[in-house]
Design a protein around this ligand. Structure first.
Ligand code: ASP
Length: 439
C-alpha cells in the first residue's frame, strides 16, 4: 500500500501543527510521499507565508529595502524549527533567496520559496529525502504545464526513493526558471505525485473534515459528505463549493486513484472520499447543496418562436460575440431565458440588448438581476422518486418563489433559480428536508 499525503498551509502553520502532521505520517507506514504547502495562517488575522513572499518580492522589484519583510518570513520558519527542536539551519537558503530577489528572479520564484523551505524543514523533521519540485515538475517554455515530462521525471526519481518530501505548488521550465501553479496549487502537486508513484490513495489533509453537505456560513454545523464521485464534485465546485484545487482532480481521476480529504486537527474523522464511481449508497438522497449569487436573467418572448428555425442559435451568437458566458438556458414555447453572470452582463448590457433586437426581432425582453442559483446534487436522486417534489415543497413551505428549474439529463443535479433575498433560506430549507428530517 502506497499513499501520498499532502498537507495544506494551516496544517503546517506552526511547530505544533507540524507535530500533528508528524504523528499522522508515523501512524501509517504507507504514508511514504509527503507534499507540503507553505505555512498558512496560525490564526484568523494572520498572513500566509506565500502572501508575505509576494509582498516582499514586490518591494524588491520596486527597488525598495526588503530586509525587514524577509526577516519576518524567516522568523516564521525559525519559530517552526525551534519549536521542533531541530538542529537545522536555513541560513544558506535565505542568503540565496536574498540575492535572487535582488536580481529579480521572478514572482513565481519568490512565491515558490514558501513550499521549498517548508519542504526542507519537513524532510529534516521526518528524516525523509527532500526532492526539489523544480527538478521533477516541468513547465513548457510558454509557461504551460507539461504533464507527460513531469510524469516521466517524477516516476523515475521517486521510484528510487522509499520515502520523500516533494514541496507543492511549483515546478520549473527546462532552463530552471521556476513556475508556480495558480493559488492553492499544492493540491495539484500532490495529485501529480500520486499518479507518478502509482499510489493507492491520495490523502489531502486540511483543516476541515471533508466536503460539507452545505456551506457552513449558511447552515449551522453541516454534516460532512462521506463519499462523493468526481462528477458530483464537479457540479458542486462549479456552484462555488471549494476545498480542493480544480486541476487536482484530473491526474488521479485518470488513474483511478481516490482522494481522501482529511482533517489534520481531527485525524479520527474519516473525511470525504472522492471516487470515480461507487456502489455505496449515499446516506441521504442528496450528496450536497451548493449555490452562487450574482446572476441576471434575460427573458426573450416572441410569438411562434418555437417554429422559427435557428432562433436559439442567433440569440446565443449575440452572447458569444459579446464574450458573455451562458450559465443556464431554460425555455418555453414562445420564451427563452438566459442566465448569465450579472457583472459580466452589465458591462455589455445595452449592446447585447440591441444585438438581440437586431438578430431575432423579439416581441419583448425582460431583465431580472440579483438572482441566485442553487444546485442540489446527488447520485442517489437517480433511483429515488419524489426528489423534485420534496425540493419544491420545502421551498414552498419556506415561502420561497422558484424562478427557474433545470434538471440535468444525468439526473445528478437539479438547479433552482431564486431571488437573492431568498438564497440563504432556500439552502437552509433544502438542508433541513434532505438531511435533518431524513431518517
Ligand atoms: N502556498 C500556496 C498558496 O497559498 C499554494 C498552496 O498552499 O497550495 O496558494
Amino acid at each position: 500500500m502506497k499513499k501520498v499525503v499532502k498537507f495544506g498551509g494551516s496544517s503546517l502553520a506552526s511547530a505544533e501543527q507540524f507535530k500533528k502532521v508528524g504523528n499522522i505520517i508515523h501512524q501509517d507506514e504507507s504514508r511514504r510521499y509527503v507534499v507540503p504547502s507553505a505555512p498558512g495562517k496560525r490564526f484568523a488575522a494572520d498572513t500566509k507565508v506565500t502572501d508575505m513572499l509576494y509582498g516582499c518580492y514586490a518591494a524588491a522589484e520596486e527597488g525598495e529595502d526588503f530586509s525587514e519583510k524577509l526577516a519576518e518570513i524567516r522568523e516564521r520558519y525559525q519559530e517552526i524549527i525551534d519549536g521542533l527542536n531541530l538542529d537545522f539551519s536555513l541560513d544558506k537558503d535565505f542568503e540565496v533567496i536574498r540575492s535572487e530577489f535582488e536580481r529579480k528572479a521572478g514572482r513565481d520564484y519568490a512565491a515558490s520559496r514558501g513550499e521549498f523551505l517548508n519542504g526542507k524543514i519537513m524532510a529534516a523533521y521526518l528524516g525523509y529525502q527532500f526532492v526539489d519540485a523544480a527538478e521533477i515538475v516541468r513547465f513548457n517554455d510558454d509557461g504551460s504545464f507539461n504533464d507527460e515530462v513531469t510524469n516521466e521525471l517524477m516516476s523515475e526519481r521517486l521510484s528510487q526513493l522509499e520515502h520523500a518530501v516533494v514541496p507543492g505548488f511549483y515546478g520549473a521550465k527546462a532552463d530552471g526558471t521556476v513556475v508556480t501553479f495558480s493559488r492553492g496549487g499544492s493540491d495539484v502537486s500532490g495529485s501529480l505525485v500520486a499518479l507518478a508513484v502509482g499510489a493507492d490513495l491520495y490523502e489531502n489533509w486540511t483543516d476541515v473534515s471533508g466536503f460539507l453537505i452545505a456551506d457552513p456560513r449558511i447552515v449551522k454545523n453541516p454534516k460532512a459528505i462521506e463519499t462523493i464521485t468526481y462528477k458530483e464534485l464537479r457540479e458542486l465546485s462549479y456552484m462555488g463549493a471549494s476545498v480542493l484545487h480544480e486541476d487536482a482532480i484530473f491526474p488521479v481521476r485518470k488513474a483511478g486513484i481516490p482522494i481522501n480529504i482529511r482533517n489534520t486537527n481531527a485525524p479520527q474523522d474519516k473525511g470525504t472520499l472522492i471516487v470515480e464511481g461507487t456502489c455505496r449508497q449515499p446516506r441521504y438522497t442528496i450528496t450536497g447543496i451548493a449555490g452562487t449569487d450574482g446572476f441576471a436573467s434575460i427573458t426573450i418572448e416572441k410569438a411562434m418562436m418555437n417554429s422559427e428555425v435557428g432562433f436559439c442559435r442567433k440569440v446565443l451568437q449575440v452572447f458569444e460575440e459579446n464574450n458573455v458566458s451562458i450559465e443556464h438556458m431554460p425555455s418555453g414555447i414562445d420564451t427563452m431565458t438566459i442566465f448569465v453572470n450579472k457583472d459580466a452582463f452589465e458591462e455589455r448590457e445595452q449592446k447585447i440588448l440591441a444585438d438581440i433586437h437586431k438578430a431575432v426581432n423579439p416581441d419583448h425582453i425582460e431583465l431580472e438581476s440579483n438572482l441566485a442559483l442553487i444546485a442540489v446534487v446527488g447520485r442517489g436522486m437517480r433511483s429515488t422518486r419524489g426528489t423534485a417534489g420534496r425540493i419544491f415543497s420545502a421551498l414552498a413551505h419556506a415561502h420561497i418563489n422558484v424562478k427557474m428549474i433545470d434538471q440535468g439529463s444525468s439526473e445528478l443535479n437539479i438547479i433552482i433559480g431564486v431571488r437573492h433575498e431568498d438564497f440563504k433560506n432556500a439552502i437552509r430549507a433544502l438542508y433541513e428536508i434532505f438531511v435533518l428530517t431524513q431518517i
